[in-house]
Write a protein of this length. Structure first.
Length: 96
């Protein structure tokens, strides 16, 4: 293999590593967001059952319902990550 091709191969591998690392971080953030949303939904459910808890939380937590104004985009984000990983895989397969 020529030095130029070898350099290109290493650059491709480095780029793939970076993309995989970034995808891993996005997946971790999505997992955290899913768990946070589930927890907040459970808290709201408990507040509906126990009005005193609802009153107390509303008094103690500013913008308690703000999370409900944001869409749950985890599916979209994870689909994009999967597509990016597919592209990385295809490039690596093409180069091998």
């Amino acid at each position: 293999m020529s030095a130029k091709k070898e350099t290109f191969a290493f650059e491709q591998i480095d780029e793939a590593r970076r993309l995989v690392r970034d995808a891993t971080e996005v997946i971790r953030l999505c997992a955290f967001a899913c768990e946070a949303r589930r927890t907040l939904q459970d808290i709201d459910f408990a507040c509906n059952l126990v009005p005193d808890v609802n009153t107390t939380l509303n008094r103690l937590v500013d913008a308690r319902y703000q999370w409900t104004t944001h869409n749950d985009n985890v599916e979209i984000v994870l689909t994009q990550v999967a597509n990016q990983l597919d592209e990385v895989h295809e490039r690596l397969e093409a180069g091998s």
